[in-house]
Design a protein around this ligand. Structure first.
Ligand SMILES: Cc1cc2nc3c(=O)[nH]c(=O)nc-3n(C[C@H](O)[C@H](O)[C@H](O)COP(=O)(O)O)c2cc1C
Length: 392
């Protein structure tokens, strides 16, 4: 039997196989609440054979959100989250949750205040400018990360995934593109690491030595002024020292090069159709192809950088990016990654792992049209090609 289906120990968990569902924003949390659709989505993934599913982007506080249909961690939703984790456990899987903060690309209409960031910066997608976080803001947000992590564990999550990549707040501090500070949180990488490292360190202290703390980060931001692979190696080492259980190296900056983490088609037409704001609709229609750069897709597109990070640290690196077949999953394992995350292939087919296990499938028909990305903000993520009959 393929090693894909052999167990792996991560902290206090024994994952039944090597496949973890990547955090893929579901767009199913209207008013920031857990819905039946969200529970069913993750229950289906667990039924489909994945060892651990990941509830995508959950803000650690009210101020960290870009959308109204995003979760934010609070007492009020814990019993509903508990229902979700119970449903996943009953279906035979573990549940993880991605915790983060959008920083300078939070939506001022949703959070009813000026967005916060490492340094003042204009966001062309949100049409707003953030203010620089004070030391008090940084301390309060660090504590929000800790509280949210404890609440996630109390709601039955088996692991948490801290979002320190994709241009979210913690990566805004890491990246020289967004961090122009002159204090102990800005300047050299050792300073830019201070806030994210303190977040991980305090969560580890609070959750004890064995609770799995996964950290998603960038192996490259995607622009010359941003994080490059040599910085990423040092960042991964610092996160390991701070207490991370595993690193997930991805790439891209949501507000600048959002499709670097995905590669493939740019679904500009669908993004325009799903946009509520007329100004943004017109902006995207006219300038979408200039505002959002396109990146060529290839299978296993993060492999080389991820390998260099794996060589530099002792904790597991969880491979993510462009896995589309049984052969790709086996290639990641052969390259020394003990675990991998799957995004689009499991949006296209939540039963992907079971079907590979049963020998019914060896390759996903997902064609990286990326229309699922546009769909997630229009009522909930789904494979548009499946519905329109382009696939299967
Ligand atoms: C619809 C969709 C939503 C996504 N939302 C998130 C998200 O909320 N957080 C995150 O870290 N990555 C998000 N991603 C990126 C995936 O986690 C992953 O990095 C990317 O899809 C590459 O993996 P894949 O080739 O297996 O799809 C999203 C991807 C898709 C397709």
């Amino acid at each position: 039997m393929s090693t894909i289906f052999s167990p792996f120990e991560l902290g206090n968990l024994t994952l039944k196989n090597r496949a973890i569902r990547a955090g893929c924003f579901e767009g199913m949390c209207q008013n920031g609440k857990v819905t039946e659709a969200l529970i069913e989505h993750h229950e289906n993934l667990a039924k489909g054979g994945i060892a651990m599913t990941t509830v995508a982007y959950c803000s650690v506080n009210f101020e960290g959100r870009a959308f109204d249909h995003e979760l934010w961690m609070r007492e009020e939703i814990l019993s509903d989250l508990k229902q979700l984790t119970e449903a996943v456990h009953k279906a035979g899987g573990y549940a993880s949750i991605q915790l983060g903060h959008c920083g300078f690309f939070t939506n001022k209409n949703v959070i009813q205040q000026q967005p916060l960031g490492a340094s003042p910066k204009w966001c062309m997608f949100m049409l707003s400018k953030c203010r620089s976080m004070t030391e008090e803001d940084i301390e309060a947000t660090t504590e929000d990360f800790v509280r949210a992590s404890v609440q996630a564990r109390d709601a039955g999550f088996d692991a948490i995934e801290i979002h320190a990549g994709h241009g979210y707040l913690l990566s805004q501090f890491l990246s020289p593109w967004t961090n122009k500070r002159k204090d102990r949180f800005g300047g050299p990488l050792s300073n830019r690491l201070n806030f994210p490292v303190e977040v991980i360190r305090r969560i580890r202290e609070k959750l004890g030595p064995d609770f799995p703390i996964l950290v998603k980060m960038n192996q490259e931001d995607g622009m010359p002024e941003g994080i490059q692979l040599d910085d990423a190696i040092q960042i991964a080492q610092a996160f390991e020292q701070a207490g991370a259980s595993a690193i997930i190296p991805s790439s891209g900056f949501t507000s600048k090069v959002p499709f670097l983490m995905l590669r493939g088609n740019l679904p500009v037409k669908e993004m325009v159709a799903n946009q509520n704001s007329l100004v943004k609709k017109i902006g995207l229609k006219l300038f979408g192809h200039f505002m959002v750069p396109k990146h060529k897709y290839q299978a296993l597109f993060q492999l080389d950088g991820a390998k260099q990070i794996q060589d530099a640290i002792k904790i597991p690196v969880i491979y993510i990016g462009g896995i589309e077949s049984k052969k790709d999953m086996e290639t990641t394992l052969k390259n020394g990654f003990p675990l991998f995350q799957l995004g689009r292939v499991t949006i296209q087919n939540p039963n992907f792992i079971n079907e590979v296990y049963n020998g019914e499938l060896s390759e996903s028909p997902c064609d990286h049209c990326n229309r699922c990305v546009a769909a997630m903000d229009a009522g909930g993520v789904y494979c548009v090609s499946n519905i329109k009959g382009f696939i299967n």
